[in-house]
Design a protein around this ligand. Sequence first.
Ligand SMILES: C[S@@+](CC[C@H](N)C(=O)[O-])C[C@H]1O[C@@H](n2cnc3c(N)ncnc32)[C@H](O)[C@@H]1O
Length: 156
Amino acid sequence: MIDNLDQGYFGIGIQNGKTPENLGVLWRSAQNMGASFIFTIGNRYAKQACDTHKAVGAMPYFHYNTFDDFYKHLPKGAMVVGVELDEKSVELETFEHPRRCVYLLGAEDHGLSKQAIDKSHHLVKFDTSLSINVAVAGSIVMYDRRMKARLKSATK
Ligand SMILES: C[S@@+](CC[C@H](N)C(=O)[O-])C[C@H]1O[C@@H](n2cnc3c(N)ncnc32)[C@H](O)[C@@H]1O
């Protein structure tokens, strides 16, 4: 049993997401892996983001026009965890997920913006030859959080 008070909460979203299908897959994983909220930044698929999946009716969905807007409205005390294949990123396998955090994924074509990379409190990556699908990447990160939380509560 995962203790919420102990584990805090997380939200997950995409900056400038390109395809509604990927958003739908990500929302479905988010709903199933215990996300507290989902979000999009930028206008590329804002409308479809609301339409793609019933997850949007099941948990809060936020849309931010710009990265600054997103950053200004973060939940108090939440850390931004940028998920990106960047030289500054640490390996997911050894990463300790913050109790309260927001996972931010990059666009299918351009990845995370430089501003997002610079402003993220943490940056994580996992070992792949090339970058993989954004919704799959988000699902891997959420699964890792979930498994580490489970291990932690089992060893208490
Ligand atoms: C298809 S990738 C972006 C590819 C883009 N052309 C680039 O190289 O920046 C979409 C998103 O998936 C995530 N992603 C994919 N593979 C990853 C990996 N191995 N580690 C961390 N994030 C990854 C990142 O959030 C990335 O911005």
